[in-house]
Design a protein around this ligand. Structure first.
Ligand code: AKB
Length: 318
């Protein structure tokens, strides 16, 4: 029987991943942990504990005490926020990963998932249909930490046999918990503002295309990778994961199909330079071949669901 630890369970990915894992493995076998308060759904459905991943002894103790066999470590300072506190962000992102790798090794936990990102690529990487193996010269703190993390994950796999698995997440779009401090956050904020105010001021230029993915697809594929036969995994760094590519202008046009009076204005800030250093689209054929990566949400379907769910949420809270 698997016992699963989710670190960073109160964040954008964690709050949805915990619920999906509890459906598969049983509520009591999925331990949600964070230094932030969980969503009501997570708190009510199973165990939650305050756990700081930067505290190695506590983490190791937790793994041993609850006989944890799978770890998902989602704790990170995202790209935009990391640029405001470069050294602190590096320390947090790297220590969170290294503690988990070491604790997984020492405790003998079976599998470790840690998310990488499209941020591992940089301005010298081919921007369209970016291959799995290519030039990688990230120039953001977040991107450098993700690339270093991929290398460490592979190292722990080859040297110590830790079953490290990872994907390079594109921007993730969800309605349950909003992201915080990322460059792709505009693609979530825009939906909330469209419903609340009927307008949105975008911090990226209108033609800045980036790879994005609806959260349901991201969660389903993350679990699929973790359940995949290890013999089928040709990569032990992180797999490219593409999703849908669009720019702010295209997203605004899609929203206008539902809210014709919606308006968008553009006021690019420091995140524009970050976005321009990332791919516009990604080739994820290796993940499709190795472990069956597949997606079911296109721009149209995702927009319809986002608007419907945010409207439902807004009507419940009034
Ligand atoms: C960010 O924008 O920092 C993240 C990411 C793409 O990893 N959403």
């Amino acid at each position: 029987m698997d016992n699963i630890l989710v670190i960073g369970s109160s964040g954008q990915i964690g709050s949805e991943l915990v619920m999906a894992l509890r459906k598969i493995y049983g509520n009591e076998h999925v331990f949600a942990t964070d230094i932030k308060q969980p969503t009501k759904e997570v708190r009510k459905s199973g165990p939650f504990q305050n756990l700081d991943v930067l505290d190695f002894n506590n983490l190791l103790h937790f793994l041993v005490r609850f006989n944890i066999t799978q770890i998902y470590n989602l704790a990170a300072v995202l790209s935009g926020n990391a640029e405001k506190i470069p050294l602190q962000a590096w320390d947090i992102n790297m220590k969170a990963l290294m503690n988990t790798l070491e604790a997984a090794r020492e405790s003998g936990a079976k599998k470790l998932f840690w998310p990488s990102s499209i941020a591992v690529f940089g301005p010298t990487t081919p921007r369209h249909d970016t291959p799995q193996l290519t030039v990688m010269e990230p120039n953001t703190v977040y991107g450098i930490s993700k690339l270093a993390g991929e290398r460490w994950g592979e190292y722990y796999n080859k040297r110590y046999g830790v079953d490290f698995r990872s994907v390079r997440y594109p921007g993730l779009i969800s309605y349950k918990t909003e992201p915080g401090g990322g460059t792709t956050d505009y693609a979530v904020e825009i939906f909330f503002d469209a419903i609340k105010k009927g307008s949105y001021q975008c911090f990226l230029k209108e033609d800045t295309a980036l790879p994005m993915m609806f959260m349901d697809d991201a969660i389903a594929n993350t679990i699929k990778l973790m359940q995949a036969d290890p013999k089928k995994l040709s990569l032990r760094s992180a797999y490219n994961m593409a999703g849908i590519s669009f720019d702010p202008k295209q997203l605004a046009a899609e929203i206008r199909k539902h809210i014709p009076e919606f308006t968008i204005s553009y006021k690019p800030d420091f995140r524009q330079t970050i976005a321009e250093s990332w791919p516009a689209s990604i080739d994820d054929s290796i993940a499709r071949k190795d472990w069956g990566l597949s997606t079911s949400f296109n721009l149209e379907k995702m927009t319809t669901i986002m608007l419907r769910k945010i409207r439902e949420k807004a009507s419940k809270s009034t």
